[in-house]
Design a protein around this ligand. Structure first.
Ligand code: NDP
Length: 278
């Protein structure tokens, strides 16, 4: 069924390199989309407390009939729940909504530099990890400066940093820092949110050359770079299409053409300034 390769995280655990994201999907619709995704062969699901669809995600997981240890479930701590004790409470609430007794990965959603609580918050995640209620812990949207500070002031190296990353925002500085510390890079909005990126002539041309869709060419680029990807779709044909990216390979010319697309274009907020909800 699923041909998705795994990457080995820095704690020795395996994570599928391609998973399914559910941002902006209402709870009931998320239940349907996650059910379709699992049925199609996805084994990794990325949700977050702020998405308000942990419950629907959990219902789909429960109904899937797939053994819990064959699934990789990620959720994230929202900004307003940062701080040691608040984070512990928020984690309990997420587990409860998911209907699970552990998650595979728990992430701090944003660093929220203005609140200056991410170090304390991460220490709560270390506690959750020690209790076995999260098998792995990590961060999201951490800029190099946030990551360096975290590495200096805490004990457990995050398994990954989930950041905005697509051909128009290639994040070479973060990727190099992650590689140096054995931290995996996970790309959010890997398809550039399905908007302009998929119409860029280079992307269309590379896709046509391989008889694939632009989305498949972009996902293939991520995989060959070593990124973990979590494309989102509520459309069953696209859910299947985004998983069908293991039967072809981009060549050196294609990769060079993609490399030239980097323009530092953020679709989401700059983490240095994003303090919403705190
Ligand atoms: P994506 O880059 O995954 O793009 C999703 C959009 O592209 C949807 O509108 C979807 O449409 C469309 N799409 C999907 N597949 C195709 C395809 N094959 N062809 C054409 N269009 C397609 O954007 P997201 O922002 O959703 O990012 C993915 C995931 O990353 C999120 O769901 C979330 O889990 C995570 N994320 C994390 C963030 C963080 O701060 N940590 C921030 C943002 C996202 P449709 O659904 O209508 O089919």
């Amino acid at each position: 069924m699923s041909q998705v390769p795994s990457i080995t995280l820095n704690n020795g655990l395996e994570m599928p390199q391609l998973g399914f994201g559910v941002w902006q999907v209402p709870d009931d619709e998320a239940e349907k989309a996650v059910a379709t995704a699992i049925e199609s062969g996805y084994r990794s699901i990325d949700t977050a407390a702020i998405y308000e669809n942990e419950a629907g995600t959990g219902r789909a997981i429960a109904a899937s009939g797939v053994a819990r240890d064959e699934l990789f479930v990620t959720t994230k701590l929202w900004n307003g729940d940062q701080g040691h004790d608040a984070a512990l409470r928020a984690f309990d609430a997420s587990l409860d909504r998911l209907g699970l007794d552990y998650v595979d990965l728990y992430l701090i959603h944003w660093p929220v530099p203005a609140a200056d609580r991410y170090v304390d918050t991460y220490k709560a995640l270390e506690k959750i990890l020690a209790e076995g209620r999260a098998k792995s812990i990590g961060v999201s949207n951490f800029l190099p400066e946030h990551l360096e500070r975290l590495l200096g002031e805490t004990s457990v190296v995050p398994v990954l940093n989930q950041i905005e990353l697509h051909p128009q925002l290639q994040q070479s500085e973060s990727r190099a820092l992650h590689a140096k510390h054995g931290i995996a890079t996970e790309a959010w909005s890997p398809l550039g949110q399905g908007k302009g990126l998929l119409d860029v002539p280079t992307v269309v041309a590379v896709a046509q050359k391989h008889g694939r869709t632009p989305a498949q060419a972009v996902l293939r680029w991520h995989l060959q770079l070593g990124n973990v990807v979590i494309p989102k779709s509520v459309t069953p044909s696209r859910i299947a299409e985004n998983l069908d990216v293991f039967g072809f390979e981009l060549d050196a010319d294609d990769l060079a053409a993609f490399a030239a697309l980097d323009e530092g274009k953020r679709l989401g907020p700059n983490p240095a300034e994003f303090n919403v909800g705190a």
